[in-house]
Design a protein around this ligand. Structure first.
Ligand code: FAD
Length: 629
């Protein structure tokens, strides 16, 4: 029994665990990352892709906070697309297709290069506790080794009591080919934690050499690919295409023949699956009126023939999967690498957490990732980053890092989880954020660098660069506001866009407010503008353009966010006794007592707590003046 001391132990080397270890170490902690299998660190269990709608914004935020997910994604990407380009900038969402093996290898390399991160391959089976089980002081592994630490971050993903299903076949495991994890759930339940079961699934993988791409539509990457990271990663110079095809009635009929042996329908699977990422059997059941569903055929990497069949997640019997696949155009000769499967696992309702992701019951114990009922790499990674950072801050007696709903999607995600909980796998959508015009992918660095720097998550060089960017944007905005354009400079662009030409000098800013007119195009047409912009990075000019074009919406949203955030700064003592305030509604009193919110803002977002309850609390706290500001 070896007893080695660390500041922070991170249990699990998935997306949450990797970001947690990296964040705590960057902030100066001595970290031990314990994972069951060192070969599967940062494994992409499902889709070899990062980002997408709302998730891409999260990756940009992780990057702005110094996390590694964006850098790893950029450096291992095989395709880049900015989704929703035709919509407003609040909806633009970067997405990469990645080389699965390179992604995991680079993550491991970056962790190995991070000072302060140590590794141990083993399964954690028990938490070591002190003070009658109210404080964590380390972990015990399956091999009987004890490691001590002042904080432990649990990021066990889909592994706790994991049970995989393919048709009627069941197998214990945390992911295909890997053992499940036992002991931790049972110990936590004995400590009074509540737990639940969730389910997720993955599609079959196909040998790309057996597909007929002439029957599919090609989906190329962007002509001018962007990237996730605000660091000096480079956009892709070559890309691999994905392919689109569709299911049909013959596919659906074949799939239906397996329904009586489907673990989804014969009662074997008890856990709730992700509603927004349904299996193919779910889709043909729920949307019975649709005669086809889209299938994306996505390469798993640069140098592999393996293809990920996005949209065909299933846990039907293997032979049913096979037969149905072969009815899809282009798949007539398809050979399978492995079948799709579903997995059920334990999660812990996240209402048991503080805003820092520390558990309310056990001091020093943090949860992050799929264990909190979320789904997705990005959702897991951002929680890991915050939990790792907060573990470091907690052991150094520093104030927790909590992002507000108007500062980051990460703030929305954590706030939703801890206040509303979730009974189905939670994934991020832009619609979950009330201030999405502020939470754009393009300004994540401007929003978060100061916070990251203050907390030791990024160094001075990155912070200085962002400060310079902000100054550049101000200079460009000043130019737009003050300088005028000549008709001959801008009329060709305006006419091109079927906009009325100008017949006298007009401020550049007012030209730019016209729909469809972009700064890049204007600059290409005008020597005057291009010679001014030549001193600024293209990205800064684009930022100035977005801020200028959307400034009235942005200002309105900022004002609203300011008003709402006032409540977040009225703190409630941990031992505040809501039961003594008889004027509160019965439900409000019960909810507040059970959830123990840390601020009036958090209290106001709990379901069952009414605006009237909040007014009563405000009177009680005698904080009316603060609220009115
Ligand atoms: C079959 C399947 C299908 C999925 N489908 C989708 C999908 O369609 N869409 C989607 O967004 N997401 C999907 N996911 C989820 C996605 O993989 C996760 O959201 C994401 O990987 C969660 O990251 P995590 O860090 O929380 O956990 P994981 O990536 O699961 O990592 C957990 C890590 O913890 C380690 N570990 C577990 N227990 C212990 C222990 N006791 N001791 C030591 N180490 C331990 C494991 O070895 C692993 O490294 C799927 C996952 C699976 C398995």
């Amino acid at each position: 029994m070896m007893r080695v001391d660390y500041d922070v132990i991170v249990v699990g080397g998935g997306h949450a665990g990797c970001e947690a270890a990296a964040a705590a170490a960057r902030m100066g902690s001595k970290v031990l990352l314990i994972s069951m299998n060192m070969q599967t660190i940062a494994q992409m269990s499902c889709n070899p892709a990062m980002g997408g709608v709302a998730k891409g914004q999260i990756v940009r935020e992780i990057d702005a906070l110094g996390g590694y997910s964006g850098i790893v994604s950029d450096r291992t990407a095989i395709q880049f697309r900015m989704l929703n380009r035709s919509k407003g900038p609040a909806m633009w969402s970067p997405r990469t297709q990645n080389d699965r093996m390179m992604f995991a290898a680079l993550w491991r390399q970056m962790l190995e290069e991070t000072e302060g991160v140590h590794f141990w391959q083993d399964a954690v089976v028990e938490l070591l506790l002190a003070d009658s089980g109210t404080r964590v002081e380390g972990v015990r592994t399956a091999m009987g080794t004890h490691f001590l630490a002042r904080a432990v971050v649990l990021t066990t993903g889909t592994f706790l009591n994991g049970l995989m299903h393919v048709g009627e076949k069941q197998q214990r495991g945390g992911r295909s080919g890997e053992h499940a994890s036992y002991g931790i759930s049972e110990q936590l339940m004995a400590l009074g934690f509540t737990t639940g079961r969730m389910k997720t699934g993955t599609p079959p993988r196909i040998d790309g050499r057996s597909l007929n791409y002439s029957k599919m539509e090609e989906q190329r990457g962007d002509e001018h690919p962007g990237k996730f990271s605000f660091t000096d990663t480079r956009p892709l110079e070559r890309q691999r295409s994905c392919w689109i095809t569709y299911t049909n009635e013959a596919v659906h009929d074949l799939l239906r023949t397996g329904f009586d042996r489907s673990p989804m329908y014969n009662g074997s699977i008890k856990g709730l699956g992700p509603r927004y990422c349904p299996s193919i059997e779910d889709k043909i059941n729920r949307f019975a009126e649709r005669d086809r569903h889209q299938i994306f055929v996505e390469p798993e990497g640069w140098n592999t023939v393996e293809m990920y069949i996005n949209g065909f997640s299933t846990s039907l019997p293997q032979e049913v999967q096979y037969a149905a696949l072969r009815k899809i155009p282009g798949f007539e000769q398809a050979r399978m690498f492995r079948p799709g499967y579903a997995i059920e696992y334990d999660y812990f309702p996240p209402t048991q957490l503080r805003p820092s992701l520390e558990t309310k019951n056990v001091e020093g114990l943090f949860f992050a990732g799929q264990i909190n009922g979320t789904t997705g790499y990005e959702e897991a990674a951002c929680q890991g980053l915050l939990a790792g950072a907060n573990a470091n801050l907690a052991i150094n007696d520093r104030q927790s890092l909590v992002l507000s709903r108007s500062e980051a999607y990460i703030g929305v995600l954590i706030d939703d989880l801890i206040n509303k909980g979730t009974d189905e796998p939670y994934r991020m959508f832009t619609s979950r954020a009330e201030h999405r015009i502020l939470l754009r992918q393009d300004n994540a660095d401007i929003r978060l660098s100061e916070i990251a720097f203050r907390n030791g998550l990024i160094g001075e060089d990155r912070h200085t660069r962002v400060e310079q960017k902000v100054r550049n944007v101000e200079s460009i905005t000043k130019f737009l506001r003050q300088k005028t354009a000549e008709p001959k400079e801008v009329n060709p662009v305006l006419i091109d866009h079927e906009e009325a030409p100008i017949n006298q000098k007009v401020k550049w800013g007012s030209i730019l407010l016209r729909p469809g007119i972009g700064i890049r195009e204007l600059s290409a047409a005008s020597g005057h503008l291009s010679s001014f912009l030549v001193d600024f990075p293209e990205e800064d000019a684009e930022q100035a353009e977005i801020q200028w074009k959307y400034r009235s919406y942005i200002e309105r949203e900022e004002e609203q966010a300011r008003r709402m955030s006032n409540l977040d700064h009225i703190y409630l003592k941990p031992d505040f006794n809501f039961q003594t305030i008889r004027a509160l509604s019965h439900e409000g009193r019960e909810k507040l007592s059970a959830m123990r919110p840390e601020s009036l803002g958090q209290a106001s977002r709990l379901s069952g707590v009414s605006p009237a309850d909040i007014s009563i609390l405000m009177v009680y706290l005698n904080k009316g003046a603060e609220w009115k500001h």
